[in-house]
Design a protein around this ligand. Structure first.
Ligand code: SAH
Length: 205
């Protein structure tokens, strides 16, 4: 499937029914999701792979991974409404997802190395400081390769944070177009610069 075609399919998916600011519930824009997935796919990380979408929300990344031929896709989120939206999106696209309710950062229903690839758009930590850290920890535990979306300028932090456990082996710049979602948003539309980072676990960790 071509990049543009994937983007068009993801564009049609439903957003969060009742977005919760404290959980930073912003659906990943279709263009950024498609770019991450396509990039991962060309690197052999999606087709036929066991893929985990951490903080799957409405399932944009999970659905896209399934469309690109992932062998198995699991999405995890703590919010039931988000998981219902993800289920409905997967049904609309006729893709198969396993959706699990779980809270990253607590005792977690995942065994180490159950997956080959993690894709994620974690909370950036705008509402709750360092909310992205348990996502990085959990991702590196779950799979040897992680593709994550972070605030632009996070590269140095992520490199330091994973030191000794992993390495950032790829970075692609992007931009998140976010429509006015919460009361504290002042503009009708915001552009948030982001970076898509590929993190590889250090062998033996
Ligand atoms: N990639 C998704 C959602 C991104 S927003 C999409 O495109 O729709 C971040 C998601 O992380 C939200 O769905 C939120 O509910 C979830 N989340 C936040 N903290 C979490 C935690 N500790 N454990 C599991 N999910 C969490």
């Amino acid at each position: 499937m071509r990049l543009k075609h994937l983007e068009m399919k993801l564009q049609r998916l439903k957003g969060f029914p009742a977005p919760r600011p404290v959980l930073e519930q912003y659906a990943t824009p279709a263009d950024v999701a498609a770019r991450l997935l396509y990039h991962a796919s060309t690197e052999g990380a999606i087709g036929g792979r066991r893929v985990l979408d951490l903080g799957c929300g409405t399932g944009v990344l999970a659905c896209g991974a399934a469309l690109l031929g992932a062998g198995e896709v699991v999405g995890i989120d703590l919010d039931l409404g988000a998981l219902q939206a993800a289920r409905s999106n997967a049904d609309d696209l006729e893709v198969d997802l396993d959706l699990v309710r779980g809270q990253v950062g607590t005792t977690f229903p995942i065994r180490p190395d159950t997956f080959e690839t993690v894709v994620m758009n974690p909370p950036f930590g705008a509402q709750k400081k360092h909310a992205d850290r348990p996502f990085i920890d959990c991702a590196l535990m779950a799979a040897p390769v992680v593709y994550g979306i972070f605030n632009a300028g996070s590269l140095d932090f992520v490199e330091k944070y994973v030191e000794g456990r992993g390495e950032v082996t790829g970075a692609v710049e992007g931009s998140f177009a976010i429509p006015r979602t919460f009361a504290f948003h002042r503009k009708d539309r915001m552009e948030i610069p982001v970076e898509i980072l590929r993190i590889e676990r250090t062998e033996g960790c």
